[in-house]
Design a protein around this ligand. Structure first.
Ligand SMILES: Cc1cc2nc3c(=O)[nH]c(=O)nc-3n(C[C@H](O)[C@H](O)[C@H](O)COP(=O)(O)OP(=O)(O)OC[C@H]3O[C@@H](n4cnc5c(N)ncnc54)[C@H](O)[C@@H]3O)c2cc1C
Length: 402
């Protein structure tokens, strides 16, 4: 999602851009545009608007008008209302597949050279250029008949932008390490319908077995993201629908009504992965290749999209050589504050609410109660939907790059 957004952002510039993606957009096995949904913050909405994506996805976007935060078994809870914070909504929940088809429709009509599906098989990064080997095909027609044989293609460029996810091969080829911490948790994701439609409230609930979020969907149901230990998640995947719903209800409570239906369940292992640098000679990292987060606060894609917007702006103004060291250094500097803020906030939430010791839980309960009474703290949280700092990119202000 981040790489496709970034390529589209550069489409209107004089730069020659090739986008390499190993899994075709409509494929069931596409790992980015899959069954998940993404809560887009207000900065992301503006970036998508500037890229001509928002109008194509708005019809499937559910506005988050309030956020309800609670700790299972405690009285403390906090409620944030978007209007009170002076915004129409904290964010918009959109199915990843809807985002994917809008991005690919726009890309297909753009000047970006698409290498899809094509797998990056080899990469050599030199002082002046990057040489990449791609393996393409075989491509099959809808009838199942083979349309093209396997082919190998060599591409040379001034700069390679790694948007190839947490296990980024490009990052490794660039000699950049990643610090990885396994949360020993798996995110269980399912769409769930309740016996009454939502009113635009998103729920964040911290339970002894892990945090869960229920985000409103356009059709009146919820998407539930429930972080659990690997063994609990495995068991929950096996449960029949009724037993799963009653377990969910037991942990979530009744604030959204009675859960009556659950769609297909999927599981994602969770870790925090942080590249030790954002750039090296002729290579730069964005999205999950730069940092992959726990989904508890729904910030990973939003942060990655801001990476893409800032990098696009810098490269659009970089002149002859988009891979010049000065441009890459400016990118790393401009992204530092936002990155540090979002990673620290997200990891802090997982640690604070993952601590089951009595005094910590009591302090948390008090914290939630006080938080509900303190307008400045609420406003600070509301600002997360915009980003944590650094220069706001032109695209996030709704302005074109050029
Ligand atoms: C359960 C869950 C819920 C989430 N909810 C939210 C949310 O509400 N809000 C939010 O902001 N974020 C959310 N996130 C985070 C968000 O999904 C990720 O941050 C986002 O998908 C990162 O996208 P990416 O494009 O950087 O990486 P990826 O999604 O990992 O995409 C990498 C792409 O690179 C391709 N690729 C990899 N290697 C090669 C190769 N060798 N050759 C060619 N192509 C290759 C892959 O096919 C893939 O398409 C959530 C994450 C999870 C797990």
């Amino acid at each position: 999602m981040v790489g496709a957004s970034f390529a589209l952002a550069l489409a209107e510039t004089p730069l020659r851009v090739a986008l390499v993606e190993s899994v075709a957009p409509g494929s069931q096995s596409q790992p980015s545009f899959d069954e998940r949904t993404t809560a887009l913050g207000n900065a992301s909405r503006r970036i998508f608007h500037a890229l001509g994506i928002w109008d194509r996805i708005a019809h499937e976007a559910a506005a988050i008008r309030a956020i309800h935060v609670s700790d299972a078994g405690r009285f403390g809870f906090a409620r944030l209302d978007a209007r009170e914070q002076g915004v129409e909504a904290f964010g918009y929940v959109v199915p990843n597949r809807v985002i994917g088809s809008a991005l690919w429709e726009r890309l297909a009509a753009s000047g970006v050279a698409l290498r899809v599906p094509a797998n990056l098989e080899g990469i050599e990064i030199g002082a002046d250029r990057v040489d990449i080997t791609l393996r393409r095909g075989p491509q099959t027609a809808p009838s199942g008949a083979a349309q093209s044989a396997i082919s190998v293609e060599h591409v040379s460029a001034r700069l390679v932008v790694a948007a190839d996810g947490a296990e980024s091969r490009v990052r490794k080829a660039a000699g950049i390490d990643a610090q990885v911490r396994d949360y020993d948790q798996v995110a269980l994701v399912a769409n769930v319908a309740a016996d009454r439609p939502h009113d635009g409230t998103a729920f964040e609930r911290f339970t002894p077995s892990g945090p869960m979020a229920a985000l409103p969907l356009h059709d009146g149901s919820y998407t539930v993201v429930w972080a659990r230990s690997t063994s609990q998640a495995q068991k929950a995947l096996q449960l029949d629908e009724r037993t799963f719903l009653s377990e969910l209800q037991r942990h979530f409570g009744w604030r959204a009504g009675r859960f009556v239906r659950a769609g297909r369940r999927a599981a994602y292992p969770l870790q925090l992965s942080r590249a030790t640098a954002l750039a090296s000679s002729r290579a730069v990292l964005i999205g999950n290749a730069a940092q992959a987060l726990h989904p508890v606060a729904g910030q990973g894609f939003n942060l990655g999209l801001r990476d893409a917007a800032v990098l696009a702006e810098i490269l659009a103004g970089a002149g002859e050589d988009p891979g010049a060291p000065d441009a890459l250094r400016r990118f790393a500097e401009q992204r530092a504050a936002d990155r540090r803020g979002v990673v620290g906030f997200t990891d802090g939430l997982v640690r604070l609410f993952g601590d089951s010791r009595g005094p910590v839980r009591a302090a948390r309960n008090l914290g939630l109660l006080l938080f509900d009474l303190m307008p400045p703290a609420k406003s600070a949280l509301a600002r997360i939907s915009i980003g944590f700092g650094g220069q706001t990119p032109r695209l996030a202000r709704g302005l074109p790059l050029l």
